[in-house]
Write a protein that binds this ligand. Structure first.
Ligand code: MN
Length: 676
């Protein structure tokens, strides 16, 4: 046993008042951000954090992560919640524990680089609303993307935590890109920028225990700031890696409360508290107080989220991560993207193509947004490439990456791929080498003009500036100008109980019988649809609340679950969709109107259709009815898996019809426009 973890021969108990050590391990709790982001598709609601907030505040965490990453996006888009309000609300309950957020560098909490004026205002308003620690990362580890935000963080007196995204090209630490020298160099860059702490951000759970030991030891010997380890459980290695990191002298580790731990989330806190009891890294945490919190979560909160757990597998460890070194979330995205395209049989080809695409795109780390960029391009290559031509459909984000808009890649991008991607690229065909945001024009004034009076303050303005389409929709709902769709309303424990009851009935066959013997009442506008899974079968059940107990109006056995994923326009469900569903499918209920019906398809005989090659959301049409287009010119831009794909005109002609508009969800094969 290393002397760092020597058990003291002193009297002790489980309670908080046991002898204090000189160097207790510091813990950041991730339950309220990365925990529910990893396990429950970021669907955690503020109202479900409040019951444990005050108790969590008493534990003694170094920080609690409550914001950032995907929460900002998900809250306004799927939960009908104001992200700023969450910060202010939680602050009333957490009186002493500092708040931490995940900031995607110049990407803030979105998926692209925003202009400097947006970035600066964002950080300033975030501090104003109660944020204290900014865990800042850049997907390419290009710290020029920190230059706009870090001075604002430091000037506001907040804590700047600089991240190094942990990446590998071999099964273990080493090789010629991501080796110890690389991490030392990056840590020194962060130290020079004034980092108050440095975080190894192992977003995919790739760090192996002995590599963690070596890495932490080396960093501790080379830089002064505190060293923090963030890892995901996904591969099963993280608790072992954390333990070795503790032996190597890591200052802070990330954990989750047990109900939010394991699977693609994080190591659980409680086993560390017990393992370190009486050692010189004793956390000092009261294990009984933690048990109390977990009991509340188990009883009052988690039943509302259970349906979001990916229960397609029994294993809690994702062996694929060990095999392919790609983040778990990215793999499930790929699988779902293929499912939506009825091409799941191509998964092995995707696994094969993925490292190739990654290498060609500069051997970049795989983390939001680069994991989506590489993943979606890989799927596009597998589905649309021909034996004579690779990169047939290049996403807008890959073009941006090739231009240098995300920053400098770890190694040079393949020149042929780069040339092809930049052919006809709107910003120019020669890539830039400067700090990416330098080529971005200020965005705030334009956003202000566009959103007008709908934004009452800077917080509203930022929601719109970051997410123009969904942000505007949310603001319309927030100020009562648009109806809040049922799909964003919370479910209650009563809903859960009702659903359980229905499953019981369905198992006994009572659901179907009832609709047969009774005259079926007319469906009211209040009907809410539940997906009910009974053993291998799947039922779509409509529940109409008419004042009394719920009346079951219909229960339709639906074919395979896989078929349900492909169904384009399902009625709005009160339960948020399960996590593996990609955003294209999730966007449908939130639009508050049915997705374009198949019947609306105009007669294709009049011209050549442009069909959606994948399910997604319309970003914009570049042409309108009556416009002349040349073959190859972009007609419509569709977003799928958070990536934008420009769809070119297959022939020259005149736009005869346009069938959707910005914000609409479309299914694969939907006709988006007709060229005659
Ligand atoms: Mn994470």
């Amino acid at each position: 046993m290393s002397d760092h973890t020597q058990v003291k021969q002193v009297e002790m108990n489980y309670k908080k008042d046991r002898p204090k050590t000189k160097n207790p391990l510091k813990i950041e709790d991730l339950s309220l951000r990365d925990g529910h982001q990893s396990l429950f598709a970021t669907r955690g609601r503020t109202e479900d954090m409040i019951p444990v907030a005050e108790k969590m505040d008493q534990i003694g965490f170094w920080a609690v992560e409550v914001w950032g990453g995907a929460t900002f996006d998900t809250m306004h888009r799927f939960l009908g919640e104001d992200p700023w309000e969450r910060l202010r609300t939680l602050k009333r309950y957490f009186k002493k524990t500092p708040f931490s957020m995940l900031l995607r560098g110049q990407n803030l909490v979105g998926y692209r680089n925003y202009a400097d004026d947006v970035a600066k205002l964002f950080v300033k308003k975030t501090v104003d609303n109660g944020m204290e620690i900014f865990r800042t990362f850049d997907a390419l580890n290009d710290y020029r993307n920190f230059e706009a935000v870090v001075p604002v963080i430091k000037e506001s007196g907040a804590h700047f935590q600089g991240c190094i995204c942990y990446s590998l090209t071999e099964p273990r630490l080493g090789g010629d890109v991501y080796n110890l020298d690389y991490y030392i160099k990056k840590a020194k860059e962060l130290e020079a920028m004034g980092a108050d702490s440095i975080c190894i951000k192992d977003m995919a759970g790739l760090i192996a225990p002995y590599d963690a030991y070596e890495l932490i030891k080396t960093l501790k010997a080379n830089v002064k700031p505190m060293i923090h380890l963030h890892s995901h459980f996904t591969s099963g290695m993280s608790p072992m890696s954390m333990m070795k990191a503790i032996e190597a002298g890591v200052d802070i580790i990330d954990t989750c409360l047990t109900p939010y731990a394991y699977r693609t989330s994080h190591a659980a806190l409680e086993p560390f508290v017990m393992s370190l009891l009486g050692t010189n890294r004793d956390t000092g945490f009261d294990i009984n107080a933690l048990a109390d919190i977990n009991e509340i979560l188990e009883r009052d909160v988690l039943p509302k989220y259970k349906h979001l757990l990916d229960d397609t597998k029994i294993s809690v460890i994702d062996i694929n991560v060990l095999l392919h070194q790609t983040p778990g979330g990215m793999l499930s995205n790929l699988v779902n993207q293929l499912k939506e395209m009825d091409a799941l049989d191509k998964i092995d080809e995707v696994y094969k193509e993925l490292p190739r695409v990654r290498k060609e795109l500069g051997q970049i780390p795989l983390v939001t947004p680069t994991s989506q960029i590489v993943g979606t391009q890989t799927v596009n290559n597998v589905l649309f490439d021909t034996p004579n031509e690779r990169y047939k459909m290049i996403t807008a984000q890959v073009k941006d990456l090739c231009y240098g808009l995300y920053g400098k890649t770890s190694v040079a991008i393949d020149p042929e791929v780069q040339k092809k991607a930049l052919k006809g690229y709107e910003r120019g065909e020669t890539p830039i080498t400067c700090r990416p945001a330098e080529v971005l024009a200020p965005e705030l004034e334009k956003a202000k003009k566009e959103i007008g009076d709908l934004a009452l303050d800077d917080e509203d303005l930022i929601i719109y500036a970051l997410f123009p389409v969904t942000g505007k929709k949310y603001l319309l709902q927030k100020y009562g100008k648009e109806k809040v769709p049922d799909a964003v309303k919370p479910i209650t424990l009563e809903d859960v109980a009702r659903q359980k009851e229905m499953i019981e009935k369905a198992k006994k066959g009572e659901l179907i019988e009832k609709s047969k013997i009774k005259e079926v009442p007319e469906k009211s506008g209040n009907v809410r649809t539940f997906n009910v899974f009974v053993d291998g079968d799947y039922f779509e059940v409509g529940v109409d609340e008419i004042g009394g107990p719920p009346v079951i109006t219909y229960a339709t056995p639906t074919p395979a679950v896989a078929g349900a994923f492909a169904a384009p326009a399902k009625p709005a469900s009160p339960l948020p969709p399960p996590p593996p569903k990609p955003r294209a499918a999730q966007a449908a209920p939130a639009t508050n109107k049915p997705a374009p019906a198949k019947a609306a398809e105009p007669s294709v005989a009049d011209g050549t259709p442009i069909k959606a090659p994948m399910p997604g959301m319309i970003i914009k049409y570049e042409k309108k009815v009556g416009d002349t287009v040349n073959e190859g010119e972009t007609v419509v831009v569709i977003e799928a898996m958070k990536m934008e794909n420009a769809l070119p005109a297959p022939v020259s002609g005149v736009i005869k019809a346009i069938n959707s508009k910005s914000g609409d969800s479309v299914a694969r094969g939907d006709v988006l426009a007709i060229i005659g």
